[in-house]
Design a protein around this ligand. Structure first.
Ligand SMILES: [Zn+2]
Length: 74
């Protein structure tokens, strides 16, 4: 009996971190897919944000190029 309760508790705690069955690395991938992060100010943008909007942010906020603020953005 005690074992079952413990397992349920553990499962609950895992669900809390919203990582159902996936590994940590998978969660990381999902997180990366969700957002683009400005390397300068760490502001996050949806991955669907278009390049011109990112470029505008880089130029207006930091007077930098898009490549400088978003090295990973295509
Ligand atoms: Zn920024």
């Amino acid at each position: 009996m005690g074992n079952g309760a413990k397992a349920a508790q553990k499962r609950e705690r895992n669900a809390d971190k919203n990582a159902p069955k996936g590994s940590k690395s998978q969660a990381k991938v999902n997180e990366a897919a969700k957002s683009i992060i400005c390397a300068t100010c760490k502001q996050t943008f949806l991955v669907t944000t278009r390049a011109p909007a990112l470029e505008e942010h880089a130029q207006n906020k930091h007077s930098k190029t898009m490549a400088e603020c978003f090295p990973g953005a295509k």
